[in-house]
Design a protein around this ligand. Sequence first.
Ligand SMILES: [Zn+2]
Length: 424
Amino acid sequence: MSQEKSRLIIKSGNIFDSVRGILKENQTIVIHENKILWCGEDDSFEKESNDEIIDVKGKTIIPGMIDCHVHLENTAEPDYERKYLRTTKVMWHYYALQNAQKHLINGFTCIRDCGSFPDWAPSLRRILDNGVFAGPRLIIANLPISQWGNQEAIGPIEVIEYYGRFSEVKTGINGIKHAVRDRRRSGADFIKTITTGGVLHGITSKVDTSLFLDDELLAMTEEAHRFGMHVACHAHGREGIYKAVKTNVDTIEHGTLIDEETIDLMKEKQTFLIPTQTAGFGINKPDILKQLPPEVKIKIEQIILKMKSNHKLAFEKGVLLAVGTDAGTPGNPHGTTISEIINMIENVGMTTTQALQAATIQAAKAIKMEKKIGSIEIEKCADLVVCNGNPIEQISILKDPNNLLYVIKDGMIMAEKGKITYFN
Ligand SMILES: [Zn+2]
């Protein structure tokens, strides 16, 4: 006879209902294997003799949080491209695991990696899914699909080499379609594309220049959606954002120079905006900037002033927003996503409840995972965080992992008070 795994009961806590945006007091959650079997008023559940019960009276239970934009193998050091060239590829696979665990111990049970290498990402995802190591759920893009002529050209050799390896440049409908199928073949969950230059890309890569043609982008989204993959698009400048939204990408990453017309189109098309303000603030520090190529400073100045008011306007006009950090970029370490939740409150104008929704149910919707994660509901994956106090009244509670009493993923207690406690 096979041995039934005992149920895990999280008893008498106050649940943050991320769907309705309310706190429900004295609730109990019954977890069986990886799923929430039952959830409701305290003590009205039917107890079984071998239940493992954890009483969390007075504590708050929030859904496991989601960061929609990270780069796991990057370690937030300004010279990470050079470091990449000095170390072996295999070492970076271990950094990726360590960084994934930093998100986990801080209450993030799902992260979406927006650009990584197929030689480690699908394997790490599988290792974490199988519970070999403690770690969050991992959603991966593998190599981004970039536009020929705007991603890397003239710049410090390390930058060119890094981005040359990091993304694949494509032209033409057939090239794009092949690239999408190639991502699917290499085990990507979604497609990451790039319709404007990036702050950290080479000298000639401008944040307000966009080179992909509409028919190339349409071919990409059609092909991806046909396979059930969504498309995330890096875009700073107005033209690149507008084009991407018009051709049906699912999420806009950064969106720093968005205008009103594009905001209206995003609202109409229900395209999500992932602001990643922490990435801009991370780079825009004197000690970080002095270690980066000089053109980065010019580009960061171009976006940083307008970013806050543009994102705020997008939110006020009804664009859907979700939390993502771009963690791994210079000055933007893994495991600090709470800062972006605070950015949503302080710079975008969300209430604390809305900001927590942007990191749970709204983030789940943005990455097309809302049937599985993002809220504490029967039949969903048992991804949740038990914390001290009430983060809706005081969001800073979540900044200190000592306040995170249990981080549970797939029904397994993975971390307690900032330490991994799950070992297979
Ligand atoms: Zn990114």
